[in-house]
Design a protein around this ligand. Structure first.
Ligand SMILES: Cc1ncc(C[n+]2csc(CCOP(=O)(O)OP(=O)(O)O)c2C)c(N)n1
Ligand SMILES: [Mg+2]
Length: 585
């Protein structure tokens, strides 16, 4: 950071901005477009992490950001390298990940002429970024690069830094702006007063802790508020790390394959405090046959993005504020005040404990799926029941683990078996829902937190999309553990064929190689797990290998049984009008 302008090259200005923002890792694949900046990374203390595919780079930057709370950064060659980022940017957008992705573009003197590796790089990302910085003059390199870092953090989402490739060169006089971080604050005090009033009068308050609790570092405040109100706390969908699972008031996640205890308890709420959650539409869909969202409860919603307030669910009070600061402000207002919920505290404790115990018992007994299709395929299989495997993995999971999960039937069922005490531990593919997310994301998380055990849960189909990054693990000695659920099918989609299309299978059955053998061919460890008793020990051995920078693929052979579908809302039985398609009803 220099206060008065200094002479330097634009590449130096860019790298100085990275250094000023504490960047130590940049993920990518080398390209001629950014050689001049790349060359000086080592002198700035920045490690370039070469990956197998640019989608891996952006996912790794996402995982790095989610695990660390700092920026994740990646860079690619103009044109094809940059377009390979698209899916990962969209995923990071919906994961609220402060990623800065640097996109060198065709040189300013040839843009529009249809030269080599040219495409318009701003429109492609316009709907999946929080900010797009375009360096329109090399003299503005530092200013615009710094703004990307500020905006990614301010808005918790991806920022694009687009740089015509000739603008890396030259001589400029520039200052290097320091990071600008703005604390969002607790929100409007009248709204907080109103919320405190509602909570004080609540008979059965329930807290729904969202990603905002994690991102704001507000776990301690959420715990203190829950204890003050003696309110059970549900995790919002795929944020099982938003409240410590071992806490007596923790009741587990809502949403797809979530906790029945959480659902049954929130259904009884007269007041719901939605703390740091946008109440995304998929997060509260009916599940396990329970339409649990309490339609008559007063909803208080706190979100740092005002556009999320009341967007999906009607709310009584909206607070535009940071989850941590708002929780602290509510505690201040509620401390020492008479709380209606204190009168029935013992009775509520009984209800909370009873629901938690009932769900735990049910999960333990729920060793396999019971629908006709699942019973049929499991009867003809020597492989393991997915639910039993998930329970064994849960039991063997080391303390302080980070787990990423992919999109698929078994990964979704895993939601019931993933419990965390620390924030920044669960990295599910969020609302964008792209298969192939989990593995590169856990690689990035591991780079950010090398001392934490790191696991990815991936279906065999999604594994086919993402296993190329085993190259990166072997080359860079990144030690993670991947559990590949090998059911020889794109199971989540096959479930739709079973439920709606009379088992007319198309493109859902997978002939797999030995995924353990493939891992070994890449120079990683590969283990095929065929017995339930081996699941836990295999996980622990693989976790041990992480400290030597060894990645292990545990290929778990599971039956083809399938849990409840995700999109109950979105499919209906086919109706055909033309004679030629009549057999397809
Ligand atoms: C990139 C991408 N392509 C396709 C899909 C559609 N899709 C959703 S789940 C799924 C099946 C996942 O299969 P697998 O990874 O084997 O897990 P399983 O369901 O068998 O447990 C597919 C293809 C998607 N979500 N993302
Ligand atoms: Mg599968």
């Amino acid at each position: 950071m220099n206060q008065s302008p200094q002479k330097m090259g634009p590449s130096e200005a860019l790298v100085e901005v990275l250094a000023a923002n504490g960047v130590t890792h940049v993920f990518g694949i080398v390209g001629s477009a950014f050689m001049d900046a790349l060359d000086i990374f080592p002198a700035a203390g920045i490690e370039f992490v070469p990956v197998a595919h640019e989608q891996g780079a952006i996912h790794m930057a996402d995982g790095y950001a989610r695990a660390s709370g700092n920026h994740g950064v990646c860079i690619a060659q103009n044109g094809p390298g940059v377009t390979n980022f698209v899916t990962g940017v969209a995923a990071a957008y919906w994961a609220h990940s402060p990623v800065v992705f640097i996109t060198p573009e065709t040189g300013s003197m040839s843009i529009g002429l249809g030269g080599f590796q040219e495409t318009e790089q701003l429109p492609i990302f316009s709907k999946i970024t929080k900010y797009q910085g375009h360096v329109n003059n090399p003299k503005r390199m530092a200013e615009i690069a710094a703004r990307c870092f500020d905006r990614a953090m301010l808005e918790q989402g991806p920022a694009q830094l687009n740089i015509p490739r000739d603008f890396f060169y030259g001589e400029i006089d520039t200052t290097i702006p320091g990071p600008m971080r703005v604390a969002p604050g607790a929100g409007d005090s009248a709204a907080l007063d109103d919320a405190a009033q509602t909570l004080a009068a609540a008979q059965f308050p329930v807290i729904l802790a969202g990603g905002g609790v994690i991102m704001s570092g507000g776990t301690a405040e959420a715990v203190a508020l829950a204890e003050l109100l003696h309110a059970p706390v549900c995790n919002s969908y795929l944020h099982n790390d938003s409240f410590p699972a071992s806490h007596a008031l923790s009741v587990g996640p809502l949403g797809y394959q979530g906790s029945k205890a959480a659902m049954k308890l929130i259904a009884q709420a007269d007041v719901v405090l939605a703390l740091g959650t946008r109440l995304g539409p998929f997060g509260t869909l009916p599940q396990h046959g329970l339409d649990y969202w309490p339609k008559r409860a007063k909803i208080i919603q706190i979100d740092v993005d005002p556009r999320m307030l009341g967007l999906v669910k009607p709310i009584a009070t909206g607070i535009h504020g940071d989850a941590r600061a708002a929780a602290a402000a509510l505690i201040e207002r509620l401390k020492g005040r008479p709380l209606a919920g204190h009168a029935n505290r013992a009775e509520r404790t009984g209800r909370i404990n009873a629901e938690k115990q009932a769900w735990e018992r049910e999960l333990t007994e729920w060793t396999h799926e019971r629908d006709p299709y699942s019973l049929e395929v499991a009867a003809n299989s020597k492989h393991l029941h997915p639910r039993q495997v998930l329970r064994a993995l849960e039991d063997a999971m080391p303390a302080n683990a980070m787990v990423s999960t992919d999109i698929g039937n078994i990964c979704s069922v895993a939601n019931s078996y993933l419990r965390f005490d620390a924030p920044r531990s669960m990295f599910a593919a969020m609302s964008f829902g792209n298969c192939g997310y989990a593995f590169p994301v856990i690689c990035g998380a591991k780079m950010a937190k090398p001392d934490r055990p790191a696991f990815a849960y991936v279906g065999d189909g999604a594994w086919g999309i993402s296993f190329n990054e085993l190259l990166t693990c072997a080359r860079q000695r990144i030690g993670v553990t991947v559990v590949v659920f090998n059911n020889s099918q794109w199971g989540a989609e096959k479930k739709n064929h079973v439920d709606f299309y009379s088992r007319r299978y198309q493109g859902v059955n997978l002939a797999n190689p030995s995924w353990a053998g493939v891992a070994r061919a890449f120079g990683c460890e590969g283990v095929t797990v065929e017995r339930l008793a081996d699941v836990g020990p295999a996980l622990q051995a693989a976790a041990g290998a992480q400290s030597q920078g060894r990645t292990t693929v545990l290929e778990v052979m599971v039956t083809q049984e399938l849990g409840d579908p995700f999109r109950r809302d979105a499919l209906s039985k086919p109706v055909r009008w033309l004679q030629k398609y009549k057999d397809y009803e």
